[in-house]
Design a protein around this ligand. Structure first.
Ligand code: NAD
Ligand code: MG
Length: 393
């Protein structure tokens, strides 16, 4: 049995991970589960999966969970506060860590898992965008390993030769091709984008995800972050990562080789497939996902990504090319702008305006160490917070 910790157990990826665990009895022992404030769902998960440790980042919510766990006589230690997240990620009895906290909040616990030599199942793309180099260095030092969960990067991982990410040139790789669904506004008239609501933006045609990544998919910042994620995970320069819009979300990404071969990974759009792949790699286990029926689908379509419709994609591509601290600033400004949009403080099209003006204002020296990355992240958040007022509805 492999010991498993799930960071972000109460989110979309966390819940799907527990479904895959339940579909494979006797293979994984859930040792630690974490959430932010949803103590009721974490309590249900504790009843069912009996972890040794449950953590909630919000101390008040942790207090409520602790009281309920004691009242029910469950043998679960409950901890509160962000520091306890890293503890969940580095426990001795944990082999695999699902890193599925959303946003920069996942960085420190994900780094802790890497430093502790775990297999990191990486969904938290913001951590890689901010500090991919530090994460890789920690894994190299500790002998840990990383298997990507993001469906595109999991597809690339499957289409590259074993260890191919370490030497893409030697493997004959020409480019990595990320597919993008285009989100809910792919065909919305441009003039109507001013009026779309958070609920419109979160109504993704193919994937059922958390609200932040759903908005990122609607702006295509998600694809932009994924370009940077691909550069970091597979050590390629931004010019070799391409994007193609594929509204059906069946082809999850492709690797183009020197001899003209293009290898793709296909499947129904359901995160349980990459989760099962990463949990079992290099083996294969059932995921509960329906088999793909191409004849029933009838056809797959592809088209270019329009950067005038998706200015966030253009901003992210520029940050990917720029490198240094630009991705840190981009990510931080995006988190603040998306939160403001979800709260109804700014409109949808203001998201890219906020990020653009923060990128124009902030210097982005190469941040180097963790302290400098966190300082740059904090500066960019402050700058974005100040810009929100200028774009307020
Ligand atoms: P979600 O919003 O559904 O869940 C987020 C999880 O993070 C929850 O468990 C929440 O409690 C926890 N969390 C939030 N803020 C926290 C904080 N400050 N401290 C500690 N925990 C906190 O999000 P999701 O859709 O599951 O996405 C999680 C990550 O996976 C994101 O980085 C996202 O980009 C990535 N991802 C998700 C999908 C998907 O299909 N949902 C696909 C690819 C990648
Ligand atoms: Mg993705």
């Amino acid at each position: 049995m492999k010991g498993l910790a799930i960071l972000g157990a109460t989110g979309s990826i966390g819940v799907s991970t527990l479904e895959v665990v339940a579909a494979n009895p006797g293979r994984f022992a859930v040792r630690a589960l974490t959430g932010c404030r949803n103590w009721r769902l974490l309590l249900e998960q504790c009843r069912r999966f009996q972890p040794a440790l449950a953590v909630l980042a919000e101390p008040d919510a942790a207090g409520k969970l602790a009281a309920a766990v004691t009242a029910e006589g469950l043998a679960v230690e409950v901890r509160g506060g962000p520091e306890a997240l890293a503890e969940a990620a580095s426990r001795e009895d944990v082999d695999f860590v699902m890193a599925a906290i959303v946003g920069a909040a996942g960085l420190l616990p994900t780094l802790a898992a890497a430093e502790a030599g775990k297999r990191v199942l990486l969904a938290n793309k913001e951590a890689v965008v901010m500090a991919g180099g530090l994460l890789q260095a920690a894994l190299d030092r500790s002998g840990g390993e990383l298997v990507p969960i993001d469906s595109e990067h999991n597809a690339l991982f499957q289409c590259l030769p074993p260890g191919g990410g370490a030497d893409t040139d030697g493997a004959g790789v020409v480019s990595l091709v990320l597919t993008a669904s285009g989100g809910p506004f792919l065909d919305t008239p441009l003039a109507a984008l001013d009026q779309v609501t958070p609920d419109d933006a979160c109504r993704h045609p193919n994937w059922d995800m958390g609200r932040k990544i759903s908005v990122d998919s609607a702006t295509m910042m998600n694809k932009g972050l994924e370009i940077i994620e691909a550069c970091r995970l597979f050590r390629v320069e931004a010019a070799r990562v391409r994007v193609v819009v594929h509204p059906e979300s069946i082809v999850h990404s492709m690797v183009e080789y020197r001899d003209g071969s293009v290898l793709a990974q296909l499947g129904n759009p359901d995160m349980r497939t990459p989760i099962a792949h990463a949990l079992a790699w290099p083996g294969r286990i059932p995921s509960g996902v329906a088999p793909l029926d191409l004849a029933a689908l009838g056809g797959l379509t592809f088209r270019p990504a329009e950067t005038d419709r998706f200015p966030c994609l253009a901003l992210a591509m520029a940050a990917a090319r720029e490198g240094k601290g630009a991705p840190v600033v981009l990510n931080a400004a995006n988190e603040i702008a998306v939160a403001a949009f979800l709260e109804g403080a700014i409109g949808f099209t203001a998201i890219s305006s906020v990020i653009d003006s923060v990128l124009a204002q902030c210097a982005w020296p190469d941040p180097g160490d963790l302290e400098a990355i966190l300082a740059l992240d904090a500066r960019a958040r402050d700058a974005a917070g100040e810009k929100i007022g200028a774009f307020a509805l």
